[in-house]
Design a protein around this ligand. Structure first.
Ligand code: ADP
Ligand code: ZN
Ligand code: ZN
Length: 690
């Protein structure tokens, strides 16, 4: 028997299914001792999986009783102890197994390769040629506030136990230049730098800026790499390996990059730190922003969180002194922030508008800008032609048969599409219910807005950018280029175009229908809306050269709302204060800590029964469990979704509760036959959308 030669026992983190209860690393027999962090392949049930040799004591079973490790990636240096600590922390904090998390965050191609195949790959990496020698970049002279921020980051780079820093800088204040200088200092000290961005579509732009700046300093191949889910599996593995081997000195990436293996990591930057995209929404529901702060603390390296509208969590940390605040209050080049006009929809005569969204005064403003040769942006956070199709005879509406949601009318390809489950049909020529031919769209999405603008302003070059217009590779880049080149007069789009882009020509931004979020049941909705509108407004007037003042136009039925009043003054500080006061008096985060237990089943009753049973499993007088409620979109793809909020005054208390509760939930689901009807359940720690 081959097992006979096995002489030692190793612990291996491997992705065992949650219901198996095998959540801790598992013991395997090995012929030789293996260093922690070594990648291996191990048998589990009938499969063979990628695993990581994990630090810590084996359970003590003799090697002969264990299954042997199937293969060892001996040619690859082991993952560092710090990487294993990060995974241990994240798995514990977000209540997942470390094996599951490791398997989710390592490049997918690693799971498929044998050690020999990987050794092929590694040789290819060594043979990569350097690019052409780059010239020394031109660095702009820093504005005084930038210089101050850079100096303070440099002080933290030299500190024994650096404090996290919040770079609070208005849109266009030159935050990226601060990141570049901070990165330069860390790179010069021989350290690796990790820069996180919220959206994949912001990486090419940022990568170009970093490459331009550092190509001369870092001439080696793969010295600057990106990590995100839109890379091909081969690129992702290559870039991950480059980071792991220390060849990549600067890594730019989306949330998954927070788990990159970086042996010399010396600085982490989280751009647009408030962005909800940093929270993973399935599997291990981690916050890359929060893990970045943890990782920096663990490694004693600086972390810089940048935003014009910081998350209230980070802002509160800056207020309490836990984070150091660095402020950039002025725009570079003296460009003023756009004047905000709160356009009162109530004051509009009933006949005045072309439609309720494209009001006559708005059209007149767009026309005037057009005649002056200026670019405008019209922002509407809803894609498609119209959110619903409606029959005036029988009141039929285009609901989705599988979800508690409407199907959106997409005119270009004449489809009704559910944005939740994807269910798509051709638009019916008559009402499917009564046969009436007169079915009409209600409301408006970006596609309809684009059409109406083109009709109302003949000759204007209107371009729409949203998830529908940018499906194919390269489309977004081409469209953005057209905007930068001045080939577009009016840009229409969703939040996709409000973030990050350094548009130089836009002088007018209109938000035509932002009120919806004011009355959401989600306590974070105002925070998100404020950030979104500040970001959108931030696209205007980035170049001071224009003759007319830049302006943001907000069409609202609630002009006196405190949120809009703060927006009109660009007063994030005031907005944050009122929001934090409300959160404090309502005991909401950051003044309390939340977890959400979600359950999905074919019937709402089954999901609710599971949550009710879960609530009865464990009592803790420091932890409050709320009654189960349906998810905001209760049914998706014929599955009913219920959720239950768990709240504690102290983070540690919540963590202790979850540590005891989650194993009990696993047992509850496994052992009680009546809960077989529950298809899925998950705990979301620090949930963002409630
Ligand atoms: P933010 O990220 O704060 O919105 P950016 O970093 O995009 O702002 O900077 C806005 C613009 O100002 C960019 O075009 C950038 O190249 C330019 N810029 C930044 N710092 C300086 C500086 N010190 N001197 C001249 N231009 C600068
Ligand atoms: Zn009908
Ligand atoms: Zn659906």
């Amino acid at each position: 028997m081959s097992e006979a030669v096995a002489s030692t026992v190793v612990r291996v983190a491997v992705d065992a299914p949650q219901h198996s209860g095998l959540n801790a690393p598992l013991d395997y027999a090995s012929e030789q001792a293996l260093a922690s962090g070594t990648l291996v392949r191990v048998p589990l049930g009938k499969r063979e999986l990628l695993g990581v040799v994990w630090p810590g004591e084996a359970l003590g079973e003799p090697a002969v009783a264990l299954r042997p490790v199937a293969a060892v990636f001996a040619g690859l240096r082991p993952l560092g102890a710090d990487w294993c600590r990060l995974l241990d922390f994240a798995a514990g904090y977000y209540q997942r197994s470390v094996g599951e998390l490791a398997s989710a965050v390592l490049p997918p191609q690693l799971r498929e390769l044998s050690p020999d195949q990987l050794a092929a790959r590694l040789r290819k990496l060594e043979k990569k040629k350097a690019g052409a020698a780059a010239s020394t970049p031109v660095k702009p002279e820093l504005a005084p506030e930038q210089a101050e921020a850079v100096a303070r980051i440099q002080a933290q780079l030299a500190a024994a136990a650096p404090k996290p820093q919040l770079l609070f800088g208005v849109t266009g204040s030159g935050k990226t230049e601060v990141y570049l200088r901070a990165a330069e200092a860390a790179l010069a000290a021989g350290r690796q730098v990790l820069v996180l961005v919220p959206e994949i579509n912001l990486t090419p732009q940022l990568e170009a800026r970093f490459t331009e700046r550092f190509a001369a300093l870092l001439p080696q191949p793969l010295a600057i790499v990106s990590l995100h889910s839109a890379l091909t599996p081969a690129q992702r593995l290559q870039n991950w390996l480059a980071a792991h081997l220390g060849q990549a000195r600067l890594v730019l990436g989306t949330r998954l990059a927070v788990f990159a293996s970086l042996p010399d990591l010396g600085l982490i930057v989280v751009d647009e730190e408030h962005d909800p995209s940093y929270k993973q929404q399935d599997g291990a529901r981690y916050s890359a922003r929060d893990l970045a702060v943890w990782r920096a603390h663990d490694l004693k390296v600086p972390v810089v969180l940048g935003s014009a509208t910081p998350s209230l969590e980070s802002w509160q940390h800056a207020e309490s002194g836990r984070y150091e605040r660095l402020t950039l209050a002025a725009r570079i080049g003296g460009g003023a922030l756009p004047r905000v006009k709160l356009f009162d929809m109530k004051a509009l005569p009933a006949t005045a508008g072309v439609t309720t969204a494209l009001t006559a005064p708005l059209l007149a403003e767009l026309k005037a800008r057009l005649e002056r040769g200026e670019q405008s942006l019209v922002f509407l956070n809803r894609r498609g032609y119209a959110p619903v199709l409606h029959c005036g005879e029988c009141q039929w509406k285009s609901d989705c048969p599988h979800c508690s949601a409407w199907r959106v009318f997409h005119k270009r390809d004449r489809t009704l599409r559910c944005h939740h489950c994807g269910f798509t049909e051709r638009v019916p020529s008559a009402c499917p219910n009564c046969g009436n031919h007169d079915i009409a769209p209600i409301g408006r999405g970006t596609e309809r807005l684009e059409e109406q603008l083109a009709e109302a302003l003949p000759g204007a070059r209107v371009l729409r950018i949203d998830a529908d217009s940018t499906r194919r590779k390269g489309e977004l880049e081409a469209q953005l280029q057209a905007v930068h080149d001045g080939e577009v007069d009016i840009l229409v789009g969703t939040q996709m175009i409000t973030k990050g882009h350094d548009f130089r020509r836009i002088r007018f931004v209109a938000a035509v229908n932002p009120d919806g979020a004011l009355f959401s049941s989600d306590f974070r909705a105002p925070e998100r809306l404020f950030a979104l509108l500040m970001q959108a407004g931030g696209r205007a007037g980035r170049d001071a050269a224009g003759e007319s003042p830049s302006e943001m136009w907000v069409q609202t039925w609630h002009r006196d709302h405190a949120l809009y009043q703060a927006l009109a003054r660009h007063d994030y500080v005031r907005f944050a204060k009122t929001q934090l006061d409300e959160r404090r008096s309502a005991s909401l985060p950051p003044f309390s800590h939340l977890a959400l237990l979600r359950a999905e089943a074919r019937t709402a009753e089954a999901a609710k029964a599971f949550l009710d049973a879960a609530a009865g499993l464990l009592q803790d007088d420091g932890v409050l469990i709320y009654p189960p409620v349906p998810h905001a979109v209760a049914r998706v793809a014929d599955v009913e979704r219920m959720q239950m909020l768990v709240e504690a005054g102290q983070r540690g208390r919540l963590q202790a509760f979850l540590r005891a509760w989650v194993p009990a939930l696993i047992a509850l689901k496994r052992e009680r036959p009546e809960f077989r009807a529950v298809l899925r359940w998950a705990v979301d720690v620090d949930p963002l959308a409630i």
